[in-house]
Design a binder for this molecule. Structure first.
Ligand SMILES: [Zn+2]
Length: 97
């Protein structure tokens, strides 16, 4: 769940709100209860506790490389990208298409 940062137009204070993507935007300052407040761009942090969705549903190139580097170096067929004979046994192997 991302943490959004808001800046108050009245007191100038900044505060963070933990929100789901579906939650409505905060319109009242947490510090002085005035409005309007401005939502600052881009979440400042993700709360990763108890969640692995970011790794399993949205694999990044960086993450993939990290996973590959964790494998033993002695296996030559771990990379499906370079496989041309189906030896990797992967359903996503380009040679099976
Ligand atoms: Zn305020």
């Amino acid at each position: 769940m991302p943490v959004y940062e808001y800046e108050c137009g009245t007191c100038g204070g900044r505060f963070e709100v933990l929100q789901k993507f579906s939650d409505p935007e905060v319109s009242v300052c947490k510090l002085c209860n005035a409005s309007p407040v401005t939502k600052l761009l881009s979440p400042t942090a993700f709360v990763l506790k108890g969640s692995g969705w970011y790794a399993t549903d949205y694999p990044s190139e960086k993450r993939k490389k990290a996973m590959e580097s964790e494998k033993p170096a002695a296996e030559p067929a771990t990379s499906t990208a370079g496989c041309s004979a189906g030896t990797c046994g992967s359903d996503s192997c380009p040679s099976k298409s």
